[in-house]
Design a protein around this ligand. Sequence first.
Ligand SMILES: *Cc1c(COP(=O)(O)O)cnc(C)c1O
Length: 386
Amino acid sequence: MTESLDIQTRLLHHRHKTDPHNGAVSVGVQHASTFHQNSLEQFGAYDYARSGNPTREALEEIFAGLENGTDAFAFASGMAAISTTFMLLSSGDHLVITEDVYGGTFRMTTEVLTRLGIEHTFVDMTRVDEVKATLQDNTKMIFMETPSNPTMKITPIRDIVALAEAHDCLTVLDNTFMTPVLQRPLDLGVDIVVHSATKFIGGHSDVVSGLAVVKRPDLAGRLGFLQNSFGAIPGPDDCWLIMRGLKTLHTRMMVSQEVASNLAHWLDVQPEVKRVYYPGFSDQLGNAIHAGQSDGPGAVLSFELADREAVSRFSQAVEIPVFAVSLGAVESILSYPAKMSHAAMPDHERVARGITDGLLRLSVGLESEADLKRDFRQAFDSLARM
Ligand SMILES: *Cc1c(COP(=O)(O)O)cnc(C)c1O
């Protein structure tokens, strides 16, 4: 029956909604690092907590269902989920990866995978012909992130999946910006969905965690093996915080998305703003594709001011959003990609990707739209006093 329910209901009603032993309406936090075995012949369901922990397992089961997958794997961070997924590759393999990928994924690819003999090619993932041209005999994985960070470029997921299928290579998609509430890549044929659960999924700026989800049994086996081998697992308290966050995920996404959409249109007509990037703008390249593969534009937008000085002034003057690395929280978060999420990227690479010194990213939280607009307006007014 749960299969047919809407996602907002499935966030709350699943196998783990009550404890079978005591009826508790919250998953128990199991701190044990090891589990007593009755005999040499008969091991229980758990032996050692890196390999399996009931609290983590509850999170993994709940989350697999939300992405319409069969198996999910929880990790100590989004980067741990991504890095462990990269361990599916071997020396001599080639990775095709979107050029405006998250800064940490860029760093892992260019500075770690290269050292392990795994080649890569960065590509404009919005251009299917260009992606096709980068495929080599040893290409084993295509890594997507859509909408991309922070310029909100849209990858045509179905087209890339078709290319990968013809080439017999894996597809991975970083779904952090959308969450399963707005985009379910496994349904579109993607093999592995990865997340930073630190963002919208946790949602309260109080936990660092990651997830990977699959629906192919062979991949479930290989990723489960790597999760245990690599060992970058989250602790039970963090798993509990993520499950707590999930309960309000749909509600938070809907409210934040609506305010983000209204703010994006408002920012677009403020004279101090040169440009706004938001997947909800119907006239922006790729956004029609986004509408056909997701259930909404999300709650993150970017906007460009004149230069670094304007950004500096604006970020000092603005009062409501926290000025910080990260996104996807109940409080709005303003960040400066050039020095935050993309600090790991060399300047020329960064500017070539449109991540200029004037670009700010805004993740909209749950504040009142009117308050945010008033605050932004007074901060823009301060620019005139430069
Ligand atoms: C934050 C983020 C990551 C990395 O996740 P951590 O939890 O910080 O390790 C990966 N991808 C995207 C899109 C992110 O925003």
